[in-house]
Design a protein around this ligand. Structure first.
Ligand code: OAD
Length: 258
């Protein structure tokens, strides 16, 4: 069966996992409303107090293990199945996009970039040894079995560079900028690379659709904003896009759904 979409680019943030019970960062109940990111999500914080940093990440791992992908994760799986080329760039370190299934299919590793890392990876601070701890956790500050150095969560922290090979994958995908649609879901677009990547993917002709209950740094660039929770609005949007009957503009104004 021929694909309905030639090239689809998706960007997600913590908002897409909110309806799976995982807190966002900057929302009213978000992590950064109650915790200080510089004490938990930086390399400096880890050097200063690795035990506390590990405790926070283990608590988040446990919450994610108890959580399930929601209808938004599954809707992205559906549009991926209808796309000749599909890339999902997620800022989320949870594995809900990887666990989401639609008709028995999941996204392939080539279709996903976890630009801020994978919370289930434990990696050495010194050599390149790493392992995934999906079902169980090490305890305390784990030591590398190869070189004996301390091990850390496989996360990109605030004071660290993004992984160059992952950045290259993101920036090569749009090639001539003809992604349509570009879906940006559940992110404040706090980091300028998120806006930059969404605009590069949209190019001149792509539809840039934002799915978020609130306005964000990206909203001014969107061709359409759907103001609702992703698990409620994304399945309908994907269905309309797939059936070719989604109309964004009404008399030249943004279509905003309650
Ligand atoms: P934020 O907490 O900054 O933003 C979450 C966004 O999701 C907000 O715009 C909410 O309005 C929206 N939202 C909340 N519930 C939603 C729902 N049900 N459906 C759709 N949208 C919803 O989280 P991120 O933008 O992901 O980085 O934050 C980006 C990065 O900053 C994270 O990856 C993390 C954080 O610090 C690192 O840890 C390095």
């Amino acid at each position: 069966m021929s694909a309905k979409f030639d090239r689809v680019f998706c960007l997600t943030g913590s908002g897409i996992s909110a309806e799976s019970g995982i807190p966002t960062f900057r929302g009213k109940d978000g992590y950064w409303r109650n915790l200080d990111p510089t004490k938990l999500a930086t390399a400096a914080a880890f050097l200063n107090d690795p035990e506390t940093v590990w405790q926070w990440y283990r608590e988040r791992r446990e919450l994610i293990r108890r959580s399930q992908p929601n209808a938004a994760h599954e809707a992205l799986m559906k549009i991926a199945a209808d796309s000749r080329r599909f890339l999902l760039v997620t800022q989320n370190v949870d594995d809900l996009h990887m666990r989401a299934e639609s008709e028995g299919r999941r996204l392939s590793p080539e279709q996903i970039v976890q630009i801020h890392g994978d919370i289930f990876v434990t990696r050495c601070c010194r050599c390149d040894f790493s392992r995934r701890e999906i079902d169980q956790d090490s305890s305390g500050v784990p030591k590398c079995p190869r070189c004996g150095a301390s091990m850390r969560p496989g996360i990109v922290w605030f004071d660290e560079e993004l992984p160059p090979h992952e950045v290259a994958r993101v920036e090569e995908f749009p090639e001539d900028g003809a992604c349509d649609p570009v879906l940006v879901i559940g992110t404040t677009a706090t980091f300028d690379y998120i806006v930059r990547w969404a605009l590069a993917a949209k190019g001149k002709a792509g539809r840039l659709i934002e799915i978020n209950p609130d306005e964000t740094a990206l909203s001014q660039f969107a061709t359409e904003a759907i103001r609702g929770p992703a698990a409620q609005v994304l399945p309908q949007l994907v269905k309309e896009l797939t059936e070719g009957r989604h109309t964004a503009f009404k008399d030249g104004f943004f279509l905003e759904r309650a």
